[in-house]
Design a protein around this ligand. Structure first.
Ligand SMILES: NC(=O)c1ccc[n+]([C@@H]2O[C@H](COP(=O)([O-])OP(=O)(O)OC[C@H]3O[C@@H](n4cnc5c(N)ncnc54)[C@H](OP(=O)(O)O)[C@@H]3O)[C@@H](O)[C@H]2O)c1
Length: 317
């Protein structure tokens, strides 16, 4: 059995600590969801290492304070609009940002356990935003990732993948009652599977892919959860006290390791947590990676499914 890849860091390490000693001068990075929570810290740390960072967000005015902060510190960043719930917005973003070599693509944006809804092209919102939007974006940016001659694509998944394997038979909840947590779980399983198949297809082109669980962090992620979902999750104000939360700086550490970690050179398709490769989880919650999130056959099937549904999708009238 292969030994798990570990680092000198752990549960409580911060993104800035993990990034110490890395020089990203002359490199470009895109961070999706850089207007809130983990995306802000991830972009800040990458810019602090010298990368030019593109802050991708739905509302670019929200990225203005971070652009100003990075610029004032002598770094390079600018914001570009990206709505992952609309494939046309994804294409417009890639058309403006895909022309130069891209060394790091951090697919961080996400929504969690929202009420049922559909993207512009009619996909269930969580699978649409968390997976299909990023899938379409990454594919459109492949020429730029190849041109970098050594690039990494990081998918921010979650231990929430334990709540649901991807369902090829009913991906949009047309035949079963919608469950917001199961839908999140499916989308986060898809994030991990995407890294497996992306890495398999493109590692010969110098593109390596990873997925990760950042930890439990108090961000805006719960903004669209109903009280019912909060209680089920244990993040209502009373039971939240029992959860071991990370700070945003700690919660961004595994993303930064996935993007930069030298220990990961020559590898790919791995699911990481707490700044190490995650252990397999066959049984209980909540650590580790479930088999359905790293299975190469499922990963290849998901890739084909994603291409097919995007090709067949239509714009609203
Ligand atoms: N926080 C945790 O405990 C935790 C645990 C496990 C995994 N994660 C994962 O970590 C990632 C970051 O989450 P976070 O905790 O930092 O949450 P957050 O504070 O809510 O940030 C999420 C980001 O995603 C963006 N986003 C949402 N929908 C979008 C869309 N349609 N198009 C473009 N951007 C969109 C948001 O933009 P707006 O501000 O415009 O909405 C925001 O910038 C997510 O993928 C999440 O699943 C978080």
């Amino acid at each position: 059995m292969n030994k798990r890849i570990i680092s000198a860091f752990g549960w409580s390490s911060t993104a800035a600590e993990v990034a110490t000693g890395y020089d990203l001068s002359g490199k470009r990075a895109i961070v999706t969801g850089a207007t809130s929570g983990l995306g802000i810290e991830t972009a800040r740390v990458l810019a602090g290492c010298g990368a030019q960072v593109v802050l991708a967000g739905r509302n670019i005015s929200e990225a203005k304070p971070l652009v100003e902060e990075i610029t004032a510190a002598g770094g390079k960043a600018y914001a570009v609009a990206l709505d992952l719930a609309d494939l046309r917005s994804v294409e417009a973003f890639a058309a403006t940002e895909g022309g130069l070599p891209l060394h790091l693509l951090i697919n961080n944006a996400g929504i969690m356990a929202c009420p049922f809804g559909l993207t512009k092209q009619g996909f269930e919102l969580q699978i649409g935003v968390n997976h299909l939007g990023h899938f379409h974006l990454t594919k459109a940016l492949l020429p730029a990732l190849k041109a970098a001659n050594g690039s990494r694509v990081v998918s921010v998944s979650s231990s929430g993948h334990h709540w649901g394997a991807f369902d090829f038979d009913d991906p949009n909840f047309e035949n079963v009652t919608y469950d917001p947590l199961v839908a999140y779980g499916r989308s986060k399983s898809a994030n991990a599977l995407f890294a497996v198949e992306l890495d398999r297809r493109y590692n010969a082109d110098g593109i390596r892919a990873f997925s990760l669980m950042p930890g439990g962090i108090m961000t805006n992620l719960g903004r669209s959860m109903t009280d019912d979902v909060r209680t089920k999750l244990g993040v209502d104000p009373v039971s939240a006290k029992n959860i071991r939360w990370k700070t945003i700086e700690q919660g961004s550490a595994t993303t930064i390791w996935a993007a930069l970690g030298r220990e990961l050179d020559g590898t790919g398709g791995l699911y990481l947590e707490d700044v190490a490769e995650a252990a397999p989880n066959e049984l209980g919650m909540h650590d580790g990676v479930k088999p359905w999130a790293i299975d190469p056959e499922l990963a290849a099937r998901l890739w084909d499914w994603s291409e097919a549904v995007i090709a067949n999708s239509v714009n609203p009238a």
